[in-house]
Design a protein around this ligand. Structure first.
Ligand SMILES: [Zn+2]
Ligand SMILES: [Zn+2]
Length: 117
């Protein structure tokens, strides 16, 4: 039910695969999204529903990529996740370049590599 993505950057850092989304049972409470830590120089999965977003490794504040919106983006998406069916809010991760926590260049992209459940 989730999407597996591979973060990629032209600096060729070997990022781990990320499992985005959540399971069937907890999809309203749990949605993993990519979140870079510029201290650990890595990208982690964080639950977008958490009140505070902290790096799982160093516990510093982390800002998840993508956004929750009720306005569907016209741009291509790598990943989307229905958050609330009443107001039709959706988490969207646009298929664009993000700042890489390793080389700090705006060259980080996410490539869909499969599904998980
Ligand atoms: Zn960290
Ligand atoms: Zn990089």
């Amino acid at each position: 039910m989730g999407t597996m993505v591979q973060p990629k950057c032209k600096c060729n850092h070997e990022f781990q695969n990320l499992n985005l989304g959540g399971g069937m049972n907890n999809f309203m409470k749990s949605c993993s999204v990519p979140s870079p830590c510029f201290h650990c120089k890595d990208v982690f999965e964080l639950n977008i529903f958490n009140k505070r977003h902290l790096c799982p490794k160093c516990r510093r504040k982390s800002s998840p990529l993508g956004e929750i919106t009720t306005n569907p983006s016209p741009n291509p998406l790598v990943f989307e996740w229905g958050i609330n069916f009443e107001d039709s809010s959706t988490y969207e991760l646009e298929d664009k370049k993000y700042t890489c926590p390793v080389c700090m260049e705006e060259e980080l992209t996410f490539e869909e590599i499969g599904c998980w459940d």
